[in-house]
Design a protein around this ligand. Structure first.
Ligand code: SF4
Ligand code: SF4
Length: 373
């Protein structure tokens, strides 16, 4: 799990250094679910202007449209919650095994989805998400970002087709600001709030098409290309930062792959009893209790022989043959008895006992502490 998180983090750094915040704009759960909720809102209440008009009404139409929107949000939220718990339960038998714990998780995740995607929306990106705070550390002049071409756009002003007038291509219609979910003006440069959703690009391109100017006043571009618009500066994939993140990513993936390939299919642990730590028997010997857990990660049932191989004087009492079903964990209780002469020689009053489980094909050892004083 830790390895997967490290790979995810380094991949995020690697991709961000190349393409900016594409995670935020296209893959982040918050963005995807918010878009889904907005789509439902649009289906039942129309676009922004229609929603403003609807809010001013006090009619049956307003209430059924609002209710339909919220019902669709609740259904999506419940499906999300149910989908989430399926990752941690047997998906096929889950409907028959829903208990209060599972139900609590479904309702909790559904409520979080409903609030985050239905109401908090871009405020999560602006005020709650830590990623936006440190993303700039991964950017350089060759990172693709959503950029406004100041050279082409400024000075802003109305465009009437008269090329002799000294105005830039930005007609200051503010469509890019209106569509921005985080409410920023990208013409002021790259800002922490920008989630790279690209809506301002589409809005500006539509405006440019209507007034007969080339599209791309707002576009994906690099700072290096904006400052010096030569074709070779458009997008540079080979740069020190890319190599650095790429090398870390390759190393982490190689370590993960190695541990996955050589992962043992058999695991054993032995946990000493805490209460009592030991029991003195009538013949002067000492008995320690252990809980032995054997994990069989194969698809076949296995039978193992359990023994104590060190110290030699130790005697195992309890299950010596352990049968573990395929993909199951078997827990057995065993005792290890240390004879009186061994206990007297062991002045420290503690040491290590070594268990061995084996069958014809495999074996595994594990150590645990014993206490005799
Ligand atoms: S949409 Fe384009 S033209 Fe309109 S204000 Fe924004 S940058 Fe300027
Ligand atoms: S500035 Fe553009 S890309 Fe950034 S969040 Fe606003 S609309 Fe999306």
């Amino acid at each position: 799990m830790a390895g997967i998180l490290v790979v995810a983090a380094v991949t995020l750094f690697f991709v961000t250094s190349l393409f900016g915040r594409i995670w935020c704009g296209y893959a982040c759960f918050q963005t995807v679910w918010t878009d889904l909720f907005i789509a439902c809102e649009k289906i039942f209440q129309g676009d922004r202007n229609q929603r403003i008009l609807l809010d001013r009404k006090n009619s049956f139409e307003k209430y059924w449209r609002k209710a339909a929107t919220h019902i669709s949000w609740i259904i999506i939220s419940l499906i999300t919650g149910y989908g989430f718990v399926m990752y941690f339960n047997d998906a096929i038998t889950l409907p028959q095994n829903i208990n209060f714990g599972v139900l609590g998780w479904i309702i909790g995740i559904a409520a979080a989805t409903y609030v985050m995607a239905g109401f908090a929306r871009e405020h999560v990106c602006t005020y709650m998400c830590p990623y936006s705070r440190f993303q700039s550390a991964m950017f350089d002049n060759n990172t693709l970002i959503i950029s406004y071409d100041q050279k082409r756009g400024e000075p802003r002003g109305k465009w009437d087709g008269d090329s002799s007038k000294k105005v830039g291509h930005c007609i200051d219609c503010k469509q890019c600001v209106v569509v921005c979910p985080t409410g920023i003006d990208i013409r002021n440069g790259l800002q922490m709030e920008c989630i790279a959703c690209g809506l301002c690009i589409d809005a500006c391109d539509n405006v440019m098409k209507k007034i007969g100017l080339p599209t791309g006043l707002i576009r994906y571009d690099t700072m290096a290309h904006l400052l010096d618009p030569k074709p070779e500066k458009k997008f540079k994939i080979l740069k020190p930062r890319t190599f650095f993140y790429g090398a870390i990513l390759t190393a982490v993936c190689a370590i993960m792959l190695k541990s996955l390939i050589f992962k043992s299919k058999l695991e054993i642990s032995a946990i000493p009893d805490r209460n009592p730590l030991y029991v003195k028997l009538s013949d002067g010997s000492i008995r320690n209790g252990y809980t032995v857990r054997v994990i069989n990660k194969t698809h076949q049932k296995k039978v193992f022989e359990l023994s104590v191989i060190s110290p030699q004087e130790a005697i195992l009492k309890g299950s010596e043959l352990i049968e573990v079903q395929a993909n199951e964990v078997k827990t057995v209780k065993v005792f290890v008895i240390f004879p009186q002469n061994f206990v007297e020689k062991n002045e420290e009053g503690r040491g290590l006992v070594e268990f061995l489980i084996k069958n014809e094909a495999e074996s595994k050892k594990v150590e645990a502490v014993f206490i005799s004083k």
